[in-house]
Write a protein that binds this ligand. Structure first.
Ligand SMILES: NC(=O)c1ccc[n+]([C@@H]2O[C@H](COP(=O)([O-])OP(=O)(O)OC[C@H]3O[C@@H](n4cnc5c(N)ncnc54)[C@H](OP(=O)(O)O)[C@@H]3O)[C@@H](O)[C@H]2O)c1
Length: 422
């Protein structure tokens, strides 16, 4: 089986290397030799040592008749969408690790692909085989939730803040120095990368449609040391969670920082690692842990798709031979989310302020579960910081309370909220 690698960077280079290094084993497992015959790059002058011929002539490679599978590892959305559509229309198999592309165009690509193999195991959680797990291993189950840490960069930053006492800025700088974060980290710390992965998984778990702009996405940029201290005092860990949950006949999809009880397995997933919990009605809770990124771990997933294609193993792209329901499940409106909440409020240190806050909360259906006021530090001129957690509440009520509190004279900074998950 002859393979062209479109994009020979961090992942593409490793795909070529592992295909060559593990050739005997891969041939034995797939029943065919899988040979990387050409790689396409943008800049031919870059120094690389990968042992396959390279070109910058994409059109020439797309026109070749001797390629059986194209592996897209360039990144981006519009350009790879155009290229992959062209390849699939010619009935040639495709493998990609491109979650951004799939977050926007997975159903169009499914329509174009029809029975032509299209592998995307590497697009979610790098080395963790979560796509195959959901699509094959857990296919007997109604999935009640898929919840996890799907972005290693944010998890590294939060772990550094929790364990090393670093500020967000310092933890981000260290992530950048270690090569875990891009120069522009928005995509990772803003929650968008995790949202792309969540959308892909939710297509398999629930058959739901949805694009990034349809779901709640919040990042970790506003988490402070105070939030970390509060979390620790109350036996919580802060994690950036991607959550897909079935709520009656709707599906809730959201990505945001969350307080997670310290004893939960997901709370123990530290550093750049990823961890995903899937709950099914027959199997109960299952948990998957491993490297969510990195050239070699991601290449491992890319090659597993190539081996499936060589073996002629064909699974429907999102796991459904026929549509799941006549009417697809709908996404739950963001205002209808129900969970527990944590609030951080900086207010004037005056008599009566606390009573006013609790009044506003109770008038808007928020019931307080716990409250903490840290002793005021010397030189702390900007008021006093209060921390609350609530019982299960409606997102719409929480938004209203934040809006009302923001307008109060005694409130010194916009109130900050984190959702609590278990
Ligand atoms: N890195 C990871 O850990 C990881 C994990 C999971 C998924 N992914 C996904 O895997 C894909 C590749 O990521 P990566 O980290 O390997 O990216 P990368 O290191 O930036 O490599 C991209 C490669 O594509 C080539 N390229 C870009 N635009 C091109 C164009 N228009 N024509 C021809 N070649 C082009 C680049 O050429 P030059 O080398 O000449 O610049 C480079 O070889 C992305 O979709 C990413 O989201 C990555």
């Amino acid at each position: 089986m002859r393979v062209a690698i479109l994009g020979v960077g961090t992942v593409g280079e490793q795909v070529a290397k592992i295909l060559i290094q593990n050739q005997k084993l891969i041939t034995a497992r797939s029943g065919k030799e899988i040979t990387p015959v050409i790689g396409v790059v943008k800049n031919l002058n870059k120094k690389r040592d990968i042992g396959i011929p390279l070109t910058d002539d994409m059109d020439a490679v797309l026109k070749r008749d001797d390629i059986d599978v194209y592996v897209e590892l360039m990144g981006g959305v519009d350009y790879p969408y155009r290229i992959i559509s062209e390849i699939l229309k010619r009935k040639k198999a495709v493998v990609t690790a491109n979650k951004a592309l799939l977050a926007y165009h997975r159903y169009e690509l499914q329509n174009i692909a029809q029975d032509t193999p299209f592998g995307f195991e590497a697009s979610v959680a790098g080395g963790i085989p979560i796509i195959k797990t959901l699509r094959e291993g857990l296919s007997a189950n109604h999935i009640s939730s898929v919840k996890g840490i799907m972005n290693g960069t944010s998890n590294y930053i939060l772990t550094s803040m929790m364990q090393g006492g670093a500020s967000f800025e310092r933890a981000l700088k260290s992530a950048q120095e270690l090569g875990y974060a891009e120069a522009d980290p928005t995509f990772d710390v803003g929650g968008f990368d995790a949202a792309h992965k969540l959308l892909i998984l939710s297509s398999i778990a629930y058959g739901v449609y949805g694009k990034p702009e349809d779901i709640l996405i919040e990042g970790i940029e506003s988490i402070t040391k105070e939030d970390i201290f509060f979390a620790q005092d109350f036996e919580y860990i802060i994690k950036l969670l991607a959550i897909a949950k079935k709520v009656d006949d709707k599906v809730e999809l959201r990505v945001h920082p969350a307080l997670v009880a310290k004893d939960k397995m997901i709370a123990k997933v530290d550093g750049v690692m990823n961890g995903i919990s899937v709950v099914g009605d027959a199997v109960g809770e299952t948990m998957f842990y491993g490297p969510g990124a990195g050239g070699s771990a991601t290449a491992s997933a890319v090659i597993s798709d190539l081996i499936d294609i060589a073996r002629d193993v064909k699974s429907p792209m999102f796991g459904y031979k026929i549509p799941l329901e006549l009417t697809p499940l709908e996404l739950l409106a963001q205002d209808e989310i129900r969970t527990k909440y944590y609030f951080r409020l900086t207010v004037d240190d005056k008599m009566g302020v606390l009573a006013k806050i609790t009044n506003i909360m109770s008038e808007n259906n928020l019931s307080i579960d716990s409250f903490l006021q840290k002793p005021k530090l010397k030189g702390d001129e900007n008021g006093v910081t209060l921390f609350f957690t609530t019982h299960t509440s409606l997102e719409l009520d929480v938004k209203r309370v934040i809006e009302i509190l923001t307008k109060q004279e005694f409130v010194k900074e916009k109130p900050f909220m984190i959702r609590i998950e278990g």
